[in-house]
Design a binder for this molecule. Structure first.
Ligand code: ZN
Length: 230
């Protein structure tokens, strides 16, 4: 059962990578089918096996031999692990939590690539999560987003441009579903890991003009949800 879940997760992970690749370029996520982004050749069935294909092809396109990013393999394995961890049994609650993580993961990948919070994913996932939470009968903290927005404008006064407004909308959305202490944990872990990343990059003498914050928010959410599960 766990192996099947992992397998399903790797297939979904492959699709999440495709979404993260195509949406910022305003390409359809359904058409055309999977193809090499370098030579445009459609992928044959044997090139579409999650995890295995990319390893057997030595991380190269089978047609043009262009090097393929490790990210595809990581994304498939990571999503497979999320399926195993967060779907110990099939329930609406577990499905909801997994959807929260996966949609945030796509937002994180796109922010990492483009420094932008993808509005269509945010709106789609936000509406789905709110409807799902109402369906599950969970109390939503409607005042927290307002507090977050007020806090954001205060932060902008003190430290201008320290946080993008896209990040604010993600935090405001998440605050609907979190207790205040959980929200604080997410903000502390995200800021702490972001600062650590910045410091490490400075030590490696890399010049950073901007840091994508959503990957750190996603990391913090994952840590919080894992802690809650433990
Ligand atoms: Zn190719």
């Amino acid at each position: 059962m766990q192996f099947l879940l992992f397998l399903l997760g790797t297939i979904v992970g492959s699709f999440l990578c495709l979404i993260a690749d195509r949406l910022p370029k305003h390409q359809s996520i359904l058409y055309p089918g999977s193809h090499c982004t370098f030579c445009g050749q459609p992928l044959r069935p044997q090139e579409l096996i999650p995890v295995l294909s990319i390893i057997l092809q030595d991380f190269r396109c089978a047609h043009c031999q262009h090097k393929l990013s490790l990210r595809y393999l990581f994304c498939e394995v990571f999503t497979g692990c999320l399926f195993v961890l967060f779907l110990p049994e099939l329930s609406w609650k577990n499905g909801w939590l997994l959807f929260w993580l996966l949609s945030s993961y796509v937002l994180a990948m796109i922010d990492y690539d483009t420094f932008l919070v993808e509005g269509r994913i945010l709106i789609f996932s936000g509406c789905s999560l709110i409807i799902g939470a109402l369906f599950l009968g969970w109390p939503l903290h409607w005042t927290y987003p307002l507090i977050m927005i007020a806090g954001f404008y205060l932060l902008q006064k003190l430290l201008p441009n320290s946080m993008g407004s896209g990040d604010l909308w993600i935090i405001a959305l998440w605050s609907l579903f979190l207790q205040i202490d959980e929200l604080l944990i997410v903000l502390i872990i995200a800021s702490g890991s972001g600062i650590l990343f910045y410091a490490l990059q400075r030590l490696r003498e890399k010049v950073l003009v901007e840091i994508p914050f959503v990957p750190f928010l996603f990391f913090a959410l994952l840590v919080l949800l894992l802690l809650k599960k433990a």
